[in-house]
Ligand binder design. Sequence first.
Ligand code: ME8
Length: 518
Amino acid sequence: MASAKEPYYITTAIAYPNGAPHIGHVYEVIASDAIARFQRLEGRAVRFLTGTDEHGLKMAQSAAREGVTPFEWATRNADRFRAMDERYGVSFDRFIRTTDADHAAASQELWRRMQANGDIYLGRYEGWYSVRDEAYFDEGETTLHPDGRRTAPSGAAVEWVVEESYFFRLSAYQDRLLKLYEDEPGFIGPDARRNEVLAFVKRGLSDLSISRTTFDWGVPVPDDPKHVMYVWVDALTNYVTGAGFPEDEEGFRRWWPADLHVIGKDIIRFHTVYWPAFLLSAGLPTPKRVFAHGFLNNKGEKMSKSVGNVLDPFSFADTYGVDAVRYFLLRETPFGQDGSYSHEAIVGRINADLANDLGNLAQRSLSMIAKNSEGRAPEPGAFSEADQALLASVDALPGLVRKAFDDLALHQALSAIWAVVAEANRYFAGQEPWALKKTDPARMATVLYVTAETVRNVALLAQPFTPASAAKLLDLLGVAEDARGFDRLGAAGRLAPGTAFPAPQPVFPRFVEPEVTA
Ligand code: ME8
């Protein structure tokens, strides 16, 4: 029974609403959305959290430049992030803003627990800080340039900071963190990132400055409001706020620890070193898995405002279509590695994989069914060897797709599904149902049945990736809304002969280059 399955809690990083979202942000939320949808289709209760990270010096400084309050600035941009999620069909359960009232309460409670455990002390911070990264750096990690500028590894400028600060006793957590990585080898993925973090922690950890006094745009430190929390302390806490901590004990027990934090590779240290240390200190369970995806580059170049190649996700969706962008981004790049996109690559995938391979297969078989089978699922005869071979590939797909999702190899799920689409196209071409129409109509009916059943399975499995188009395909196959879960894959949900199909319509249009007018 679906309800007996373990609940599943998945989160994305929360973005800085310090400007408009870009395609890198889209990438992270649609990958997470595919995973959330997959788990729901498996019959699990899913909670999917995404949102915005609104405190910190960077936000305060940009708001000042814009001449608005930090909250107004955050709201303006948080609204764009939320609209972007909605535009891309991201099925989040809560869009958390770190300025939400329950989040301040959660951050302060987490702080109190770390303090009660003896891990927070007052000291003085002297060192380098990068506002753009909102991160502290050891001098050895920075680079001094000939012109006197000093920068963080990301290239962002660092400034020398001297102020009274609370510290978190991170140095005391080295052994416990190493034990966590050893006891739970799946905690950090992909493996390359795990090795990076392991090497970093083995070198030894310094205590972490966790409060600031020179600005006030943050969550006040309990009992010492001249300090605000370091933005990453409050940011990371969003994951427990979103699970109901501390007020909603029942919700928190149900959802925490998170099954998966999806993040980008640049923030792995915050999530796999600081965050589990804070949780261990507060006596809370650590998340089950943290997975870092790669960075998306425009034609292989890093996106940057100064290069002028930062793509607007809304016009991207208008140009190519939401499902096409989702498909392209998750198919093209192995999840966990850096990826690249270009107009040519996207159009190539749209026209080859979506329009030609799946779109034509569906359109050709469904039009023949409309004409020759009174628009109803045909009645198959005995299955030939070729029919059985294709159905065997179809029925092996759920196993392959589940394995791919277990490994978070989303691209492999898609390549397995599209391998069956390719096989079905070879089958359809080889069986020539249009020729059978005259010579052997019963055999034609069987071929059309097997093809339609293949499309049904492909559409079910494509739902996490291309939800709107998959739903259209399932509509065309007369599959009821409540018969679209993964318990209907394969033999358990075979098309019932005689099911009425609506008139077929193309689902995946070809991309046609707009005409250039002189
Ligand atoms: O890091 N390609 O916010 P953020 C792929 N507020 N992913 C990218 C990317 C790109 N070109 N650029 C950014 C923050 N990302 C913090 C997170 S979590 C408690 C706090 C990813 O707006 C990035 O790796 O800079 C991160 O996972 C997410 O987008 C938000 O980045």
